[in-house]
Design a protein around this ligand. Structure first.
Ligand code: KE4
Length: 427
């Protein structure tokens, strides 16, 4: 390993922190390498501790929709910090954030803040079980909803009834309550409901799955989920932790025009600070403590700094052209990548919606995670390192989605495309 400061830090980190990281994906295991360490970031660029700078297409996995360290957000955090860092007592920012989320996401009538996306999805599932009095939930292979036990469950051998733990430490008894199905397979979904419909508390689904790259629901798939959950008295939970406030003010719900019963949110609404939220039908949300029997809590939930950061970021997104600009930049990058790889005759597919994109080295339609695993991972890995060398940071995993921010310009995207063309020409 090169004797860079990043390398030295990583060696030290591995003696102190499991895997040297505070979240597994940061360890670069999916690209067989070691991570760099960041010193600072501004706008579309990050700088590592050795002074090398990169155009960033990860954006802290979604929160940084304005780019890094946007001045209005930094100022808002400074101002809020002067008045105190955390109270554990209601503060005005929480009311303004709740009102903003309810205004932006029509299906949300009441909302509660959490400190992460995991807390949001975990709490939404507990609430759905409390509301329906049922235990089973349905999730989909390739969808990631954070690391709560009920959600770390792969499709078991008896996928129609029992799941299998997807992580050590998850009891089989927990996995038994999670039915994991292949995504985009409407027949399997209908079969589960006809056999177990009365036992199912909820479906939880990434509205656009973005943890197996970026996968789109087939026509009618979300409609079927909505119809089956309504028919059998189960709840539909949209996990919009990544897509919410990013693809549109109202997230995928606005684009697809389906209303879930509950929505999990996060990332963008924290402006880069720790945040999550879950909300939806008032008659469901009212079961939460202290009014109702479903307990849920958090010392730092709704803390003033994350609220100030998130509210300021959302205000910036109300600029007239914010989402049209993000959509334009996403389409611009997709076209450029496809032109380069088509010219070179390399099988590929770019799934892109708004400012989210994923490059796959496979040509067929990406139906679900099974298709994703068929792609040429060696080409992905080669491209990742070739671009990093040229100052472009893509997500260090073929299962992650890329993010463009309002700080990116066409000139930045041209820089990426030039780097990609230069790299691919040498393959
Ligand atoms: P957190 O608990 O990491 O805040 O959110 C969990 C979560 C929930 N739902 C969706 C759709 C998510 O994508 C996530 C977390 N996203 C990953 C990136 N794919 C976070 C990166 C990481 O794990 O370090």
């Amino acid at each position: 390993m090169k004797s860079t400061l990043s390398a030295k830090l990583f060696s030290k980190a591995k003696t102190l922190i499991p895997g040297g990281v505070n979240s597994p994906v940061r360890a670069f295991r999916n690209v067989d390498g070691d991570p760099f360490f960041v010193r600072r970031a501004k706008g579309a660029r990050i700088e590592d501790v050795d002074g090398k700078s990169y155009l960033d297409f990860v954006g802290s996995w979604g929160p940084n929709i304005l780019g890094h360290a946007p001045t209005p957000v930094i100022q808002a955090v400074h101002e809020a910090a002067k008045n105190g860092l955390s109270f554990g007592i209601p503060n005005p920012h929480e009311v303004e954030m709740a009102q903003t989320i309810i205004d932006w996401v029509p299906s949300v009538e009441k909302v509660r803040m959490t400190n992460s996306g995991t807390e949001a999805t975990m709490s939404a599932i507990r609430l759905a079980r409390g509301f329906t009095g049922r235990d089973k939930i349905i999730k989909f292979e390739g969808c990631y909803h954070g690391h709560a036990d009920s959600l770390l469950v792969a499709a078991g051998s008896g996928a129609l009834t029992f799941g299998e733990p997807d992580s050590a430490g998850v009891p089989q008894s927990f996995a038994n309550e999670t039915i994991t199905l292949p995504y985009n397979d409407v027949e399997r979904l209908e079969e589960v409901f006809s056999n177990h419909g009365e036992e199912i508390a909820a479906i939880i689904v990434e509205s656009y799955p973005a943890n197996a790259g970026l996968v789109f629901p087939r026509a009618g798939y979300l409609k079927t989920m909505r119809e089956l959950t309504s028919q059998y008295g189960a709840l539909l939970i949209f996990d919009e932790v990544m897509t919410g406030f990013r693809l549109a003010k109202g997230g995928v719900q606005e684009l697809e025009d389906y209303q879930p019963d509950l929505t999990a949110m996060g990332k963008v609404i924290g402006g880069g600070l720790p945040v999550g939220a879950f909300g939806g039908r008032a008659d469901v949300m009212d079961l939460l403590a202290p009014d109702g029997p479903v307990y849920q809590a958090g010392t730092l939930s709704g803390n003033p700094l994350a609220m100030a950061a998130g509210l300021t970021q959302l205000k910036e997104l109300q600029r007239a052209d914010a989402y049209s600009r993000l959509n334009h930049l996403g389409g611009y990058l997709k076209k450029g990548i496809c032109d380069i790889l088509s010219e070179k005759g390399i099988p590929h597919r770019v799934n892109q919606v708004g400012s989210m994109f994923c490059l796959y080295f496979i040509e067929e339609e990406i139906v679900n995670v099974d298709t994703v695993t068929k792609q040429d991972f060696s080409l992905f890995k080669k491209l990742f390192w070739d671009l990093l060398e040229r100052g472009v940071y893509l997500a260090p995993s073929p299962y992650e989605t890329g993010f463009i921010s309002l700080a990116h310009t066409e000139k930045d995207l041209d820089e990426v495309l030039t780097a990609m063309e230069d790299a691919v020409l040498r393959w």
